[in-house]
Design a protein around this ligand. Structure first.
Ligand code: ATP
Ligand code: MG
Length: 590
């Protein structure tokens, strides 16, 4: 410790929002270099390397081979797949001295595809899995929580190449098994959830989420084993209803009812139903949003949801990506005078009813609805005049949306789409993502091989990522306590932290002697040999979080040292002669 390049801090860094960020900075593991950019200090770098080692071992075990690409990449392959534009502002772009355009790789599907295309030409060469551990760059709109969402970060990305779907399914399963092993070894609580494949395209897709209150992802689970990122939940739509004997739509005066609650109250007071009171879920709420397409064009979009549900902006954004979505602001309304704020609906009733929303309507504004709004459902919704609503507006009879969209919030207690029970919601940190990409990249970049019959076929691919630097923070987040970091054994920078607690030479010598013995026994040791008070040393040992802390101090007079378990706080005194054996047993989990 007297030589280690480290300084622990007594104060929390001002920009730290979450415990892992706070402790990693305070314990001297990382330092901020810029927004979303961190430098690794010796302790932090050892944790990062440990995670890399685990990931390498498990990747190698399934026969994946390690390669390494540049982080600085030419733009052409990314143009060929459309991602040069699809990735939008998240790509760091740059020009060389000749004016040629480059990017700092946000992920490497294109490069792997081209490399395999360069080298392989026959089905006999497949299956193949390649991986790299590489620094990635994304100009994230909101870098946050230290290493959890950086603009430069370390990712393991691997790619499988197969001749057919069956092969892809096997490669995917092998990766999934490897991921289970990796995350079990990293030692945190995780869930595997159905996921969206986002900007990547492709089909089957799962995420590994660390369960964490501070996570940015929300996932749902059911008692019957359904688990999904909330973005990926697809509700089971009800059956269409007959509407032959439904009454005709009728417009009513509903003054001062700009909200769903005021509308429901008024409907119950003035137009009571015979069977039961009106509820928010009888109303159709139409929410206007402003969409910015990848090419920069902007246009409104209206989403219709049952009035008892909000539009979930994350679910919506996931559906619309790579286009971006923002709320429609008050100053956007004047440019669209047909949209009456608070009284928006799909139909206008001037003389004849006329469609107001939809690509075929007078406004040509795209109109998407929640899947619950099936044909035959009847709604109370805005009549597109201030203070007026329409009742008994029947979907499929009176209005036809342009399509459906999964953007309504998912609530605690909603039924799981597979009928496996009520959903509960929790938060998590995305640690890994595996998906069956299919042929999108191989097609775009012309990766074909000859099959058994001498016919050229397009290769099918899988893509698999682990956030290595994010894992450092996620494990810290899941394991730290009120005193500091608290590493699982496989990740800790050192196995044992030996504290020489006392000024006397005998203390220093006994501590150093024990450290040497441990070192010779193959245990990595951090020895606190500084001339600072025992109190400072104890506090630092707790902040830094090595799993075993050995205190050589006052007890030495009685021939004992103290062995502490950082996680449980358990302390035992052991006689000096047995110390080595006892500590080795603790380290090796005996
Ligand atoms: P997120 O939804 O959190 O932005 P993503 O879907 O963009 O993640 P992928 O493109 O699938 O992530 O990348 C694979 C892995 O890389 C993720 O599972 C995550 O662990 C990690 N990762 C992604 N973005 C970042 C980042 N900005 N900082 C640190 N790790 C990241
Ligand atoms: Mg992302």
């Amino acid at each position: 410790m007297s030589e280690l390049f480290v300084r622990t801090l007594r104060e929390d860094p001002a920009d730290a929002e979450v415990p892992s960020h706070r402790w990693l900075v305070r314990a001297g593991y990382i330092r901020r270099a810029g927004p979303g950019l961190y430098s690794w200090l010796p302790l932090g770098y050892r944790v990062l390397r440990n995670i890399e080692r685990i990931v390498r071992e498990e990747m190698n075990a399934i026969g994946a081979q390690e390669v390494h690409f540049p982080a600085l990449l030419p733009k052409e392959p990314y143009e060929a797949t459309g991602r040069w534009t699809d990735y939008g502002e998240a790509i760091f772009r740059l020009r060389d001295r000749k004016g040629a355009e480059y990017l700092l790789g946000p992920t490497h599907e294109e490069m792997f595809t081209l490399l395999v295309k360069d080298m392989y030409s026959s089905y006999k060469d497949l299956p193949l899995s390649l991986y790299q551990i590489q620094t990635k760059y994304r100009d994230e709109p909101r870098p946050r929580a230290g290493l959890l969402r950086g603009r430069e970060f370390v990712m393991k990305d691997s790619y499988s190449f197969d001749i057919d779907d069956e092969g892809l399914a096997k490669s995917y399963a092998a990766h999934r098994d490897a991921y289970v092993k990796i995350f079990n070894r990293l030692g945190f609580e995780y869930v595997i959830v159905h996921a969206m494949s986002g900007a990547m395209g492709g089909s089957a897709s799962e995420e590994f989420l660390a369960i964490a209150e501070n996570g940015e992802d929300t996932f749902v689970r059911s008692p019957g084993g359904y688990a999904a990122n909330v973005e990926a939940v697809q509700i089971t739509p009800p059956e269409p209803l007959p509407y032959d004997d439904a009454p005709a739509a009728h417009v009513e005066d509903t003054p001062d009812t700009p909200t769903i609650a005021t509308l429901v109250d008024l409907a119950n007071a003035r137009f009571p139903r015979a069977d039961r009171p009106w509820q928010a879920s009888d109303t159709l709420k139409n929410v206007v949003l402003m969409i910015t397409e990848i090419d920069g064009t902007r246009h409104p979009l209206v989403i219709g949801v049952p009035g008892d549900r909000e539009v979930d902006m994350r679910r919506l954004a996931a559906q619309l990506a790579p286009a971006e979505v923002e709320p429609f602001e008050d100053e956007d309304f004047p440019a669209h005078p047909q949209l009456v704020k608070g009284y928006l609906g799909p139909v206008r009733f001037a003389e004849e009813p006329e469609a107001l929303l939809g690509e075929e309507s007078m406004t040509k504004i795209r109109y998407l609805v929640d899947p619950r709004i099936v044909a035959g459902t009847r709604w109370v919704t805005g009549a597109n005049e201030p203070g007026r609503h329409v009742f008994d507006l029947v979907s499929g009879r009176d209005f036809t949306p342009d399509g459906v969209i999964e953007a309504a919030e998912i609530r605690e207690g909603d039924a799981a789409p597979d009928g496996s029970g009520p959903l509960t919601l929790a938060r998590g940190i995305e640690m890994g993502h595996i998906f069956q990409l299919g042929r999108k990249y191989a097609e775009a970049l012309g990766l074909k091989v000859l099959d058994q019959n001498g016919k050229l076929v397009t290769v099918t691919m899988g893509s698999y990522g682990v956030g290595i630097s994010r894992a450092v923070a996620a494990v810290a987040e899941g394991t730290c306590d009120e005193k500091g970091l608290c590493w699982p054994r496989e990740l800790a920078p050192f196995d044992v932290h030996v504290v020489a607690a006392g000024k006397e030479d005998v203390v220093g010598m006994a501590a150093a002697d024990l450290a040497v013995q441990l070192d010779e026994a193959g245990v990595s040791v951090l020895l606190d040999d500084r001339s600072v008070s025992p109190g400072v040393k104890f506090a630092d040992s707790e902040i830094m979080g090595m799993p075993t802390i050995v205190v050589v101090g006052r007890g030495l007079a009685n021939g004992v040292v103290e062995v502490r378990d950082r996680k449980t706080g358990e302390q035992v005194e052991v006689v000096v002669e047995d110390a080595l054996t006892e500590i080795l047993a603790a380290v090796h989990g005996a």
